[in-house]
Write a protein that binds this ligand. Structure first.
Ligand SMILES: Nc1ncnc2c1ncn2[C@@H]1O[C@H](COP(=O)(O)OP(=O)(O)OP(=O)(O)O)[C@@H](O)[C@H]1O
Length: 591
């Protein structure tokens, strides 16, 4: 399946909005509350100019100062309520935005946890970080700041429009004509603006990807003195981002002068036409003052809408980048037997029975060439197997299929006689332990790292854990660490050696006592004395444990019960250790 997010199709604004509203469902009540407050706020904004005009015509021009005082009091009260609604709408919408940001990030991150390895092969982590971190914040900013002003503006404009048309139909209609031009302009220009914003977000994702890649590989960069090369690559990505951001900024700002021009035009129409109407005796000064205020109430928010519209377009482009992840369906689907209430009981099979079977397995990485074709072999419970073969021959790929990091493109992998896809992830990972070529460590203590994913021992204190490790012969390995179980580690494991990292991965996998233990070059960086110790520990594992060892160092596989030669898309039994050695030296596949 193609998981490349950079080629994902863009959705229409309407479809994107629909999906976004679904996401806002839990906030329905709060949104209605905010809407109520906004209506009150806009109602006051609409009413006050009319009251001012009325006061001028009825009390100031006639000299009735008592009435003037009463209306001033009413206006003061309304302004106080208006100030309260301003505060409340910021408060309510701000909290909706923050909650949305919180659940959006959880949702996207949760989806990433469910996606298969091939997704991460096809997308740069820097870009994914940008999507989780800054794109979600763009959506939040729209919700917590812009949406409220957006709705506010729409209300204010609708109210102003009603007042303008009902005070004087013709003058009102003439005042609104420039608004129609603005509307047409917005409709025509918006798709272009959204596109510019999408390009800008994409390039800032690419920039994060570039930063992440060079930070991740900083040692190699320094060792090979490739700083200039990466500086140039960064400069290119930075320039692309700069120019995309500049274009997006220009696109976003195109609204402001156009809106301002047309709203000034509207003021001109009100003044000239209004004064003409007063001269004709069809209009009063008070009404003209109200009218000017309403025209402002209509065009002021319209000007604001220009900026808000840009924020909306950015949020929509960001939402596209987020929702494409949320909607991804993992292609590593479990077969239905896992989900049924009457799950097939897992019966432990006896020693020397088939534990793993490959049946006509074909495999190719997405967009890549065929790595394995028509593979058939069986691994028996309790035996030790070795996979040997030249670099790039397909050993890790075979091991990844045994651990179901990928599904075959064709054919079937059976675990204990059942399609491996019919096991839940929990069942499968309890049975299979995989020590990868590059051990994964996270920040915390050595103890945290070796108990990672071990539900049985998670609760053990250090003393109980040490006793358990002693029984399994693992405690001797702790001598390779100054502070034993409490040795602090950072996420990249920079504070310890590669061999030490492999030891941690080894202890972690062995402690779980899986039924099948796969070691992919797991001891390549460990000295021969310690390696012997590891060999003894592997010997101590229950008799029923099946071991699959991938190693270039031949002494590691000397004691294997069976050796497979992996090369050129084929896996063939290599017979004795001597024969395997000969094949490796010849570097050719068995026919
Ligand atoms: N994530 C990937 N995406 C695309 N192709 C890949 C990926 N991983 C491996 N390959 C390709 O699949 C083939 C087999 O790779 P694999 O890692 O299984 O070889 P290997 O025998 O384990 O090599 P080594 O001894 O170097 O570990 C290689 O041609 C490699 O380029």
């Amino acid at each position: 399946m193609n998981y490349d997010l950079s080629n994902a199709p863009k959705s229409s604004t309407k479809a994107a909005l629909k999906k976004m509203l679904l996401f806002l469902r839990p906030e329905r009540q709060k949104l209605f509350l905010a809407l109520g407050i906004m209506i009150l706020n806009s109602g006051i904004t609409m009413l006050t100019p009319y009251l001012i005009g009325y006061t001028i015509d009825h009390y100031i021009q006639t000299g009735q100062y008592h009435g003037l005082m009463v209306y001033c009091g009413i206006l003061l009260g309304l302004y106080l309520v208006w100030a309260w609604t301003e505060y409340m709408q910021t408060e309510v919408m701000g909290s909706i935005g923050q909650r949305m940001l919180y659940s959006l990030r959880n949702e996207v991150f949760g989806k990433l946890q469910a996606l298969p390895v091939s997704f991460f092969n096809q997308n740069k982590s820097g870009d994914l970080i940008a999507r989780i971190n800054s794109d979600t914040d763009k959506v939040n900013q729209f919700f917590s700041q812009s949406l409220m002003r957006f709705v506010d503006s729409v209300f204010a404009m609708t109210g102003a429009m009603i007042f303008l048309l009902s005070i004087h139909l013709r003058l009102g209609a003439a005042t609104l004509v420039p608004g129609v031009f603005i509307l047409v302009f917005v409709l025509v220009i918006s798709p272009w603006v959204k596109r510019k914003n999408a390009v800008s977000l994409k390039s800032s994702g690419a920039l994060s990807g570039e930063i992440q890649e060079s930070l991740h590989n900083f040692k190699t960069i320094i060792a090979f003195n490739r700083r200039d090369y990466f500086r140039r690559r960064f400069a290119t990505a930075n320039k692309d981002n700069y120019s995309a951001a500049l274009h997006a900024g220009l696109a976003n700002s195109v609204f402001v002068p156009v809106f301002a021009l047309f709203s000034n035009l509207a003021q001109l129409i009100v003044l000239t036409y209004g004064i003409y109407l007063i001269a004709e005796g069809q209009f009063t000064i008070g009404l003209l003052i109200s009218f000017i205020a309403y025209a402002q109430n209509f065009y002021q928010p319209l000007r604001q809408l220009a900026a808000l519209w840009a924020s909306f377009q950015t949020a929509m482009a960001a939402w596209d980048r987020i929702s494409v992840i949320i909607e991804l369906e993992p292609d590593l689907k479990d077969s239905p037997r896992v989900d049924s209430a009457n799950q097939v009981p897992v019966i432990s099979i006896a020693k020397n029975q088939p534990v793993i079977e490959f049946k006509q397995v074909h495999f190719a990485y997405p967009g890549g060439k065929q790595v394995l074709s028509d593979i058939n072999f069986t691994l028996l419970k309790g035996k030790t197997y070795a996979l040997v073969g030249p670099t790039g021959g397909g050993k890790t790929t075979t091991a990844s299929l045994i651990a179901r990091l990928y599904d075959p493109t064709n054919g079937q992998v059976l675990l204990e006689g059942r399609d491996i896809r019919s096991f839940s992830a929990v069942e499968r990972t309890a049975k299979i332990g995989f020590i990868l070529q590059e051990p994964f460590l996270f920040s915390g203590s050595l103890k945290d790292n070796i108990l990672y994913g071990n539900a049985d021992y998670q609760h053990l204190d250090s003393e109980a854990l040490l006793t358990r490790m002693e029984q399994m012969g693992l405690s001797n390995l702790l001598k390779r660490f100054d502070q034993g179980l409490e040795t602090p580690l950072n996420s990249a494991g920079e504070s310890i050696s590669l061999g030490q990292k492999q030891l941690i991965a080894f202890i972690r996998a062995v402690l779980r006592q899986p039924e099948i233990l796969i070691l992919d070059e797991a001891t390549a960086n460990i000295d021969t004395v310690t390696e012997q110790l590891l060999g003894e520990i592997l010997e101590k594992l229950p008799e029923s444990t099946t071991r699959v060892i991938i190693a270039h160092r031949l002494n590691t596989i000397e004691n294997a019960d069976e050796i497979f030669f992996v090369n050129g898309g084929k896996i063939t039994p290599a017979g004795t250790f001597k024969h395997a050695l000969q094949l490796l030296l010849e570097g050719k596949r068995v026919s």
